[in-house]
Design a protein. Structure first.
Length: 141
């Protein structure tokens, strides 16, 4: 049975930490520790992107859907962005979407009335070869 929980945060310096804790709690009863750590990291990175780059954003929302996989979506009221794939981390940041690309099973984005970035993770760390090798932060970097 799938369940979805969501919470809206103010766009300020506390949002990434609060969102990370919210996402971890949302998945704590059904996912293993490694998956929860990956979920928390990716949600925190995407919310940080909303805070730092969402110049017109006044709110950011995190939704976590738990079913056969975990799907998280970060939505903000900003005016969007242009995505350009990266194959490495830049010296002055650039971790957020790079880590999502490396760790998530799949991900996507849409820009319209709101900016949405979503990703999916398996419930348990016994992942396929791509995700298994990239799920540890050190290997992702």
């Amino acid at each position: 049975m799938e369940s979805v929980v969501g919470r809206t945060f103010s766009v300020d310096a506390s949002a990434p930490t609060e969102a990370r804790l919210f996402a971890s709690e949302a998945a704590s009863s059904c996912a293993d520790d490694r998956t929860i750590a990956d979920l928390a990291l990716l949600v925190s990175e995407l919310v940080t992107n909303s805070v730092v780059h969402g110049r017109t954003a006044s709110w950011v929302r995190v939704e976590v859907l738990v079913g056969e996989h975990i799907r998280a979506e970060v939505i903000d009221s900003g005016d969007g962005f242009s995505f350009r794939p990266r194959h490495a981390v830049e010296p002055r940041g650039g971790f957020g979407l790079y880590l999502v690309q490396r760790i998530a099973e799949c991900w996507g984005m849409s820009v319209g009335a709101a900016t949405r970035v979503w990703f999916s993770l398996p419930l348990h760390a016994d992942r396929g070869s791509r995700s298994a090798s990239a799920s540890r932060l050190g290997e992702a970097l």
